[in-house]
Ligand binder design. Structure first.
Ligand SMILES: [Zn+2]
Length: 63
């Protein structure tokens, strides 16, 4: 995401992004693959699943 698009987001949405120090892109922290792409070497990592940010399922209580 570029700075112009980032500017259109609400403050709440902006909290989910950080600016990549290497390329200046705004990266959605909920997208693990994007984050890893930017904090490593900017090469695609197809083996990393796209989705994260889902809450962990709650463990059933009791045993
Ligand atoms: Zn980057």
């Amino acid at each position: 995401m570029n700075a112009a698009d980032f500017d259109k987001l609400s403050d709440e949405e902006k909290e989910h992004f950080f600016q990549c120090p290497k390329c200046g892109d705004f990266v959605d922290k909920c997208e693990l693959r994007n984050v890893i792409f930017h904090v490593t070497d900017h090469k695609p990592k197809p083996h990393i699943p796209r989705i994260i940010g889902k809450p962990m399922p709650e463990r059933p209580s009791g045993d």
